[in-house]
Design a protein around this ligand. Structure first.
Ligand SMILES: Nc1nc2c(c(=O)[nH]1)N[C@H]1C(S)=C(S)[C@@H](COP(=O)(O)OP(=O)(O)OC[C@H]3O[C@@H](n4cnc5c(=O)[nH]c(N)nc54)[C@H](O)[C@@H]3O)O[C@H]1N2
Ligand SMILES: Nc1nc2c(c(=O)[nH]1)N[C@H]1C(S)=C(S)[C@@H](COP(=O)(O)OP(=O)(O)OC[C@H]3O[C@@H](n4cnc5c(=O)[nH]c(N)nc54)[C@H](O)[C@@H]3O)O[C@H]1N2
Ligand SMILES: [Mo]
Length: 765
């Protein structure tokens, strides 16, 4: 029996290999709470879902770039062509498009999580190749934190408050009296970290917080967003209305004369304008507790009492990334900074705001001080980009202007799309719209392990092998270990590693030497590791072992920075520690935003009504607010066919959570099939009934492999992918982030006889 060290986004583990086959998986010994998803890892090798050989769509081969034939994507047959022909075709398309239309016409943003391996990281590999080949259109920002990231760089100056370098949970148990949780602190999401995680520490931290008697209030449409044993008080807020609650808490503190005048004066800019807005100077409405009650469903007396508590006790606010994945997603985050500034908690131990604690496992956990291994993507020779979630907009509107972060830019005319390691036909909103947009490019290349809905809609499909079938290295700034990901088994069928695929294409474009820099796989791993090791030695005087030792033992621990008190130095001396904002201070009113005069992103934190929400007129037709949370038993759409993902399904389809009151009203019982619908699409889901979800809210996790059938009433997704229902608009004209959580649907009991999705009937059991 061989023991092979390896790592996934949900944790490190040892693969037990016997006679070339996987006999078992053992979680990393130091992990106090290993992720259950580890059990699904061997399912990557299931041949029934894998792409075995390079394939080309028949209609593309026959008609190449013919407009009508492009609409056949997803319906045509595929023809096996072998690697030589596939690589020749792909290199030929890259060369044709760059020569005829210019490199801007190659879209290779290629968003997606791929595997934990930092070398074979598919999107880095694609971009490195494209940079060698003259450039490409890429993307900026992420689906995770589109709106929040853009606004926070203007409010607190950088990424630290939302990417893990702000105050963590470790400071809460020691110093805080009140913990306000907006969204959640859930082991469900914390089990994952991009690039792997050594120790899942959330539950240990929560136990400490509970033991030290910190009062915890959970503001969320779901009670199960925090473990039950934490005994949090649950405030079942109407989704997308948190900024109204936060503004009212701030206003009540101001009205009681208990705001921290010194902090607002010394450390913030524009506080007077913000406070004037709270008091009603702008629109005649003071943002009182009574005002917020009508928007949030939270009773006014509770809001006023909480405001008094915040003013008198050290309060830590955590806010999930989810809250900003919405229309006007800037506002809940900016309002939280506004509240914590008014209360004067920013920069105090156990006080202030951190975004994304437990959204991924590494935020709120100790941060690595070393340079995490990463494949250099090279220098991008051209500037063309889109905000990541504007993909369908780009394809539908070539040459048209869009706004982003205060600038005006133009969408390129994308003729070639190259996607590796991502699954837009799970991750993007309003999939029917994406489907229409998808007919625009002349050629679409998809490089993946498995026949995802995106691979099925490609012209050229390149089979990558899984991380288990190659060597790689894992590690991130949000973890305290670097892990070896050693090859456990041989690549399945004709699949190749991402690097081998790219190297072949690079060779045909005449840029192999620049692409590989003369290194092979192990040469690169050694190089990336040595890069981190040298950095640790020079900068930190920390000795990481030589590559051979690391590779043999499978992991190395790196030094971390614990107990961060974010903005502490700034608070002490704001002049000496200026923030990277327009004023050098925390921005509560932005002159930059005022000059832009955007209708959907005002110059201070504000409540703005939403196009879809429980109070919107549209709710008369579509009465349920749909929350598309991250799935418990898988990572996005990865391993949807795996055992832990399947365990969460209901009779083969994704499970929707409904409150008992709603279920009774709809005449539904557990195990029924629900039809979720709106004017964008329809999908089926199996019903689970729980009072952990507030009335009026339905929760359908993301990631079920989109599978549509045509019915008399139009297209119907039979797997339960919620993105046939979600709204594809930018969070605002400022940030252009993903707004998936702003979505209303109707729900009825499904009486038809739609088939089960293919994954329910094939694959491993
Ligand atoms: N409605 C709604 N939609 C959402 C969200 C939401 O909250 N609500 N959340 C959004 C967020 S935050 C995110 S991050 C996105 C996630 O969206 P994605 O990152 O696109 O989702 P994944 O399923 O992780 O896609 C990764 C793909 O990489 C493939 N893969 C795995 N390993 C390898 C490899 O080694 N090589 C190659 N070439 N491929 C590999 C997998 O098979 C899979 O198809 O979804 C977004 N979509
Ligand atoms: N198991 C698992 N873990 C994951 C992932 C995965 O696919 N699977 N994906 C990872 C990725 S890429 C990301 S970006 C993170 C995302 O991390 P998050 O964005 O934090 O995760 P979500 O599950 O989208 O949302 C968390 C909770 O926020 C609550 N919520 C939603 N809308 C609102 C609102 O308007 N107000 C309030 N108060 N609460 C709201 C919902 O009840 C939801 O359960 O998760 C990561 N972790
Ligand atoms: Mo994400």
């Amino acid at each position: 029996m061989q023991r092979i060290p390896h790592c996934a986004h949900w944790g490190a583990f040892t693969v037990l290999v016997d006679g070339g086959r996987i006999a078992g998986i053992e979680p990393f010994g130091l992990d106090p709470a290993p992720s259950p998803i580890l059990a699904s890892v061997p399912d990557w090798l299931d041949p029934s879902v894998r792409i075995h050989e390079p394939m080309v769509r028949e209609g593309w081969l026959q008609g190449s770039r013919d407009g009508e034939r492009r609409k056949q994507r997803g319906r045509d047959r595929f023809v096996a062509v072998g690697w030589d022909e596939a690589a020749r075709l792909v290199a030929g398309e890259i060369d044709r498009v760059r020569t005829t239309f210019g490199n801007d016409s190659i879209f290779a943003g290629s968003y997606g999580w791929g595997s934990a391996g930092r070398f074979h990281n598919a999107q880095s590999q694609v971009r490195r190749l494209m940079n060698c080949a003259g450039g490409y259109t890429g993307h900026v920002e992420t689906y995770s934190v589109g709106a929040g990231a853009v606004i926070m760089r203007h409010v607190t100056g950088d990424d630290s408050i939302f990417y893990g370098r702000a105050s963590g949970l470790d400071t809460v148990a020691e110093h805080a009296k009140l913990l306000l949780v907006f969204g959640g602190l859930s082991p469900r999401t914390a089990q994952v970290e991009a690039g792997g995680i050594a120790r899942h520490a959330l539950e240990d931290n929560l136990r400490r917080i509970k033991a030290s008697g910190v009062r915890v209030v959970l503001v969320s449409p779901r009670r199960d967003d925090i473990p039950e044993w934490v005994d949090a008080e649950w405030w079942p807020i109407a989704p997308n209305t948190d900024s109204a609650l936060l503004l009212a808490l701030a206003q009540e503190i101001v009205a009681a004369g208990r705001h921290d005048r010194d902090f607002l004066e010394r450390c913030c800019s524009g506080a007077d304008r913000f406070l004037a807005y709270l008091g009603g100077a702008e629109d005649g409405t003071a943002k009182t507790a009574e005002w917020a009650q009508t928007i949030t469903d939270i009773p006014a007396p509770k809001i006023r009492a909480l405001a008094a508590e915040i003013a008198s006790r050290r309060t830590f606010i955590t806010m999930s990334w989810s809250l900003q994945r919405a229309v006007h997603g800037e506002q809940p985050w900016w309002s939280a900074v506004g509240l914590a500034s008014v209360a004067g908690h920013m920069g105090k131990p156990g006080g202030g705001v951190t975004f994304g604690v437990a959204s991924v496992g590494g935020v709120g956990a100790p941060q690595s001080l070393t340079k995490a291994p990463a494949l250099p993507q090279g220098v991008k020779p051209n500037k063309s980009f889109i905000p990541v979630a504007r993909i369908a907009d780009m394809l539908l509107n070539p040459g048209q202007p869009f706004t982003y972060d205060g600038g005006v830019h133009r969408y390129p005319d994308a003729r070639l799309v190259y996607w590796a390691g991502g699954n837009p036909f799970h991750h993007h909103q309003d999939l029917a719209r994406l489907e229409r947009a998808w007919a625009a490019p002349e050629t679409i290349v998809v490089q993946d392990l498995v026949w995802t809905p995106t691979a099925r809609r490609a012209d050229i499909v390149l089979p990558a092998c899984s991380s288990l079938e190659r060597n790689d290295i894992a590690g991130t700034r949000r973890s305290d270990h670097v892990f070896a990901m050693r090859q456990a088994v041989q690549p399945l069928a004709q699949s190749r590693s991402d690097f081998d695929i790219m190297r072949d294409i690079a060779g045909r474009l005449g840029v192999e030497a620049a692409f590989t820099e003369g290194r092979d796989e192990i040469g690169w791993l050694r190089h990336l590791y040595e890069d981190s090791r040298t950095d640790a030695a020079v900068r930190l005087d920390f000795a990481m072992p030589p590559f051979e030792t690391f590779w043999e033992q499978g992991f190395v621990e790196v030094p971390t920075r614990g107990h961060i008190v974010h903005l502490a130095e700034f608070r002490r001396d704001p002049e000496a520690h200026k923030l990277g904002t327009e004023s050098g201070r925390i921005v509560l009113y932005s002159d930059k935003l005022a000059a832009l005069a955007l209708p959907d992103c005002p110059p201070h934190p504000a409540w703005i009504g939403k196009p879809e929400g429980l109070r919107a007129t549209r709710a008369a037709t579509y009465p349920f607010h749909l929350i598309t949370a991250q799935p418990e038993g898988r990572l996005h759409s990865q391993l949807d066919f795996g055992c832990t993902s399947r365990a969460g399904k209901t009779a083969g389809r994704e499970t929707v959570l409904l409150n008992p009151i709603d279920a009774t009203r709809l005449g539904m019982v557990a195990g029924d099939t629900a039809l979720l619908h709106n004017d964008r699409g329809r999908c089926l889901a199996g019903v689970r009934i729980t009072d952990d979800v507030r009335p009026g809210v339905a929760v359908l996790p993301t990631g079920a492999w989109h599978e549509a059938i045509e019915t008399a009433d139009g297209s119907l997704d039979i797997a339960g992918n919620p993105n046939v229902l979600t709204l594809d608009v930018g969070s605002s004209g400022f940030s252009q982030g993903c707004a998936a959580h702003t979505c209303l649907v109707g729900i009825v009991r499904y009486e038809g006889n739609a088939p089960l999705p293919s994954l329910a009937t094939a694959g491993p059991v």
